[in-house]
Structure formats: structure tokens, C-alpha cells
Design a protein around this ligand. Structure first.
Ligand code: SF4
Length: 292
């Protein structure tokens, strides 16, 4: 059972150097929790460098909303606030606690742009606020790493199945919310089949995603590695040895066939006219300005 503890945070919004986030165009990061209930076996947030002792126990930043209200007022630059860099803003306990929802209400009141990254269809609960935020800028990226629900249950055991995530994209898109897929990480020997990559792009298109962004590999570092390898031993016997042989102590671990995967991904995206980058807040603002 998840252990949930309240903590007092000193600060909440952390600044991202302008122009350095090429994935999502973030200017600020915000994490309302520490730890994550989704339990993905490959999660980078388990790395020792982040100093979270037991990642499955959840620490709730009890003063997060007061801090957000105070800090957002002091920000001179209206840049995109990213939810979900270190944990999922829609993990199961959010259903009851509604801290992400209330944080979105604050962000909306201050008219800041927002990007959410999640693996949960609980994001649909906040459609009303996302619609409001879309007048400034709101983007929802849903991470889907495999088209196979059986495999997603093994590698992302606490998150909704991949098919439920595609359905969430379909509903978001049908409601006019700018949304897409983050296809990352790609796990060597587990999700790196060309058919998986092709299927994910096809399903993204069918669901109405406006973009798909991908990385054809994963990162492995201290803390994360021990947990990941332990899970491989339990769920996919024999695979850990292949990782150890191929990557040793490497941090950045591309799938051995990453070039081929990238080629398939590029070709499939092109043939379906599926953008491989998302539009950032500034892009959209400039576009609007050109209209006047
Ligand atoms: S949803 Fe994200 S933060 Fe949560 S366990 Fe999975 S990879 Fe880690």
C-alpha cells in the first residue's frame, strides 16, 4: 500500500533557462508531489541524484498552492509552466486530493501557459480548466511507450493501459485541446520492435494527436538502474544480462536498432503528415500576432 506523507516545501516553481527545453518549450517546472504511484520500471526520477529515498511512497507538498499563488505573482515573464517532470500530476491519489486541479485553477487565474505530461486519463476530469487555459496556451502530452496493453501493464503497472491513454487523446482532441504523444523511452529488447513504433504513430494519428515526439532509447543511472534491473529479473528473465553486456555503466542507452527505428518513425510520420515537434507557447503567440 502506498504510504502518503505531507511535507512543507520551501519553493515550488523552478526556472528553466530560456530556449533550453527543446522538447516542450518550458520556462518553469512545477512538481506538487514527490514520488509517483505509476511505478514505471524504467523511471528516471528514481535516480540517486534526485535524493528521493523511497520513490513509491508519496510526499505531498501541503503548502504547494499557497506557494504557487505567491511565486506566480512574482514572475515577470509569462512562460510555459510544466507539470510532471519528476512525477505524474495525475497519479491515482490526485483523484481525491485534487491538488493538480487546484494548481491549474491558479495558473489559469494568472493567465500563464501550461504543459502537462501524464500517463493517466484522469486528465480528462480537468477538461473545463484546460479549455479555459487553451485561450492562452495549454498542451497535454500523454506518454505511450507500447501499443500492447499487456506489456504496458508490466512496465507501467500503476498507470492506465495504453489503449485508455489513446482514448484520452481522442477525447481531448475532440474537445479542442492541443494534445499529442510522447513516445519515450524506447526500451531496448522490450519495446524497440519496428512494428511497435509504426503502430504507435498510426494510433496517434487515428486518435487525433496533433504531434508525436520520440526518443529511441532510455537513460540508466545510479538508483534507477538497481530498480530497473531488479524488475527485469522478475518480469523478463535473461534481459538484464543483455543490458549489462551492451551498456555497462553508460548513462545514455539507445536501442541497438535506433537508426532503423528512427527511419521507420520518420517515414511513418511523414506519410501521415504527423508533426514530430509540438508548437510551443511562443510559436503560437507569434502566429496570433501575425493575424493582427
Ligand atoms: S509516470 Fe513518470 S514519474 Fe511516474 S513512475 Fe512513470 S516515469 Fe516515473
Amino acid at each position: 500500500m502506498t504510504k502518503i506523507t505531507g511535507i512543507h516545501a520551501k519553493t515550488l516553481l523552478s526556472a528553466v533557462k530560456p530556449g533550453t527545453d527543446n522538447w516542450f518549450g518550458l520556462r518553469y517546472n512545477l512538481n506538487l508531489y514527490r514520488g509517483c504511484q505509476h511505478g514505471c520500471i524504467y523511471c528516471d526520477s528514481r535516480s540517486t541524484c534526485y535524493g528521493i529515498r523511497n520513490f513509491s511512497d508519496i510526499l505531498v507538498k501541503e503548502n504547494a498552492l499557497q506557494l504557487l499563488e505567491k511565486e506566480i505573482r512574482s514572475k515577470r515573464e509569462r512562460g510555459t509552466i510544466g507539470f510532471g517532470s519528476m512525477n505524474d500530476p495525475y497519479m491515482p491519489l490526485e483523484k481525491e486530493l485534487k491538488i493538480t486541479r487546484r494548481a491549474l485553477e491558479i495558473v489559469n487565474r494568472h493567465r500563464f501557459p501550461v504543459h502537462l505530461i501524464t500517463k493517466s486519463n484522469l486528465v480528462l476530469r480537468d477538461m473545463d480548466i484546460l479549455k479555459e487555459l487553451s485561450r492562452i496556451y495549454a498542451a497535454v502530452s500523454i506518454t505511450i511507450t507500447t501499443a500492447d496493453d499487456g506489456l504496458s501493464a508490466l512496465i507501467e503497472p500503476g498507470a492506465p493501459a495504453s489503449s485508455e491513454r489513446f482514448e484520452a487523446i481522442r477525447i481531448l482532441a475532440a474537445n479542442g485541446i492541443y494534445c499529442g504523444i510522447t513516445l519515450m523511452p524506447v526500451l531496448p529488447f522490450l519495446t524497440d520492435q519496428p512494428e511497435n513504433i509504426e503502430k504507435l504513430v498510426l494510433k496517434a494519428k487515428e486518435s487525433g494527436a496533433s504531434y508525436i515526439v520520440a526518443a529511441m532509447g532510455m537513460t540508466i543511472r545510479e538508483g534507477q538502474q538497481e530498480y530497473f534491473y531488479g524488475q527485469l529479473d522478475q518480469k523478463f528473465p535473461g534481459i538484464k544480462d543483455r543490458y549489462m553486456q551492451l551498456f555497462g555503466l553508460q548513462y545514455s542507452c539507445n536501442a541497438p536498432n535506433h537508426r532503423k527505428l528512427r527511419q521507420i518513425y520518420d517515414t511513418t510520420c511523414r506519410s501521415l503528415s504527423m508533426p514530430q515537434h509540438m508548437k510551443f507557447y511562443n510559436d503560437r503567440k507569434e502566429k496570433q500576432m501575425k493575424l493582427f
